[in-house]
Design a binder for this molecule. Structure first.
Ligand code: SF4
Length: 520
């Protein structure tokens, strides 16, 4: 290593399960290379290809380096100062009940994702919560268990059977796959439930290629078999599963012929999988977001969640992780209305004074992105995009403000997969006319005369850590600490499936086809 090279301890803030810890090698404000931390219990010395490509991304020739103002359908470069003046003027004019703030997970650093949202909350804007990935599943798990946290993911290596359901961790959660491989080396079996032959399915000891959208009924079929064969933990169910009698009655009405036809899996296939699940213990269900992004996704998570309850190990699953502190409430920035993405689309039809978009590219990722584009162009008076690149969404904006990348700021990292919280160091100075979210919020607050409560980025970090009960000096010196006080699922309540899934048709072929339609 050259003497002029410096090493910074950083954390990948992409929207990804793994939240990798890595060393950034920097020379003269240039990121030379990145290297995964060997010590970190999850990162284990390697990154994915996106992680390794970070030097290319940060110094990419197409990166936005100056604000852009739409001028007669073409772009004009303006100074950062000028762009903030324009935005402040627009904000002064915008009526809060006709103005929207949209952000998602482009940069999951807690300061970057919360500081601007805090300002727009103070301004009374609608805050759009566009979470397609896990919200409905989280909501049902909270109803069943009072939490959506299963066991610590690091425990997966001790399991005898791992069922990966609707997920392809070989591609999307490479460090999760590493842990699964470790479990396999110790003798665990891997079963995959997925309509597609994924890279993970190819490694599995068994692959159930169910029909798309039939996850609810495969889970119910497994539960039915476990109950009929009396393989469930009777004492646990009696003591800790409130309303189990109703669940059992419901399953007794569910015909095997229907389950087989809907899922495309034979009785023998379901029975074998259910038998192994009930007898190879301890085990684990790794629930993905795949089936959750469609009609009935939350119901599928619900049906799957009853399986670990039946075998007396209710937290033996992973779906999502959170220390369960609502940071927006803790920071007192959850006062303006929160609306779903579909409600935003509805309200947009009535016209909008301002739509501010950051950390997402909805014209590429949202359902019906063409319709969204038409509606934004027709109904939004002014669109501001805060991003590092000229995305599809930025291209229809009136003003684009260039954002920093996560490696250019100090920030706090939480994972929705593992339980480590860390501080990511600032490795590079951002380009001169590029601004981080905290500075943007603070400067706009000053220009608008809003009493933005945080005087410095560090003050914001300290407030976040206080809410999470973590000491800054401790975490800074160690890079990361593990969150140990986590409420995990331990008792369960039966929440009936939604009506459309309740009225199981008995021998009526036409009705069966209707349910297939509901599911697809
Ligand atoms: S696996 Fe995820 S967290 Fe790790 S480097 Fe890749 S994108 Fe970043």
């Amino acid at each position: 290593m050259r003497a002029s090279m410096e090493i910074r301890k950083c954390i990948c803030m992409r929207d990804c399960y793994d939240r990798c810890y890595f060393y950034a090698y920097v020379e003269g404000n240039k990121l030379i290379k990145v290297e995964g931390s060997r010590k970190h219990p999850i990162t284990r010395g390697f990154l994915c290809s996106k992680g390794y490509s970070l030097p290319k991304l940060v110094h990419h020739k197409d990166r936005l380096l100056r604000p852009l103002l739409k001028d007669n359908k073409s772009w004009k470069e303006i100074s950062l100062k000028k762009s903030l003046e324009i935005l402040a003027d627009v904000l002064r004019e915008a009526k809060p009940h006709r103005s929207f703030f949209l952000s998602y997970a482009g940069n999951m650093g807690l300061v970057e994702s919360l500081s601007l949202k805090a300002l727009f909350d103070m301004l009374g804007f609608y805050i759009v919560v566009p979470n397609l990935c896990s919200t409905s599943g989280n909501n049902v798990l909270i109803k069943i268990f009072g939490t959506y946290n299963g066991k610590d993911i690091e425990d997966i290596v001790n399991r005898k059977l791992i069922i990966v359901w609707g997920m392809n961790p070989s591609w999307t959660n490479v460090h999760g796959m590493f842990l699964i491989n470790e479990a396999i080396k110790r003798g665990a079996k891997l079963y995959v439930i997925d309509p597609n032959v994924t890279a993970t399915a190819r490694k599995a000891h068994r692959h159930l290629r169910i029909k798309p959208g039939s996850d609810v009924f495969l889970a119910l079929g497994m539960a039915k078999y476990i109950i009929e064969e009396e393989l469930y933990d009777k004492q646990f169910v009696k003591d800790k599963f409130i309303g189990y009698e109703e669940f059992f009655r419901f399953l007794s009405r569910l015909p095997w012929s229907f389950i087989e036809r809907v899922t495309g899996i034979s009785f023998e296939g379901i029975a074998k999988t259910a038998y192994d699940y009930a007898t190879l213990k301890p085990n684990w269900i790794h629930i993905g977001y795949g089936f959750q992004r469609r009609v009935g996704g939350g119901e599928a998570v619900k049906a799957i969640a009853y399986l670990p309850v039946l075998i007396g190990d209710p937290s033996a699953f992973y779906y999502d992780f959170s220390p369960e502190v609502d940071l927006e409430i803790a920071l007192n920035v959850k006062n303006s209305p929160r609306i779903s993405f579909s409600k935003f689309i509805e309200l947009l039809d009535e016209g909008a004074d301002l739509v501010f978009i950051m950390s997402m590219n909805p014209l590429y990722t949202a359902p019906d992105s063409k319709g969204l584009k038409r509606s934004l162009e027709k109904n939004a008076e002014y669109i501001v995009v805060y991003d590092c690149f000229m995305t599809e969404t930025a291209s229809i904006a009136d003003l684009v403000i260039p954002s920093t990348m996560f490696i250019e700021v100090e920030d706090v990292a939480l994972s929705y997969f593992h339980r480590y919280i860390g501080i990511s160091e600032k490795a590079l100075d951002p380009p001169k006319e590029v601004i981080d979210a905290f500075s943007l919020a603070k400067r706009l607050g000053e220009m608008l005369g809003v009493n933005y409560p945080w005087k410095s980025r560090r003050a914001f970090i300290l407030d976040i850590l206080r809410a999470l009960n973590v000491n800054y000096d401790n975490i800074k010196s160690k890079w990361y600490v593990k969150i140990t006080h986590v409420q995990e699922a331990n008792t369960a309540r039966y929440i009936p499936l939604k009506k459309t899934y309740q009225n199981i048709p008995l021998g009526n072929r036409e009705k069966d086809e209707f349910y297939l339609l509901v599911l697809s």
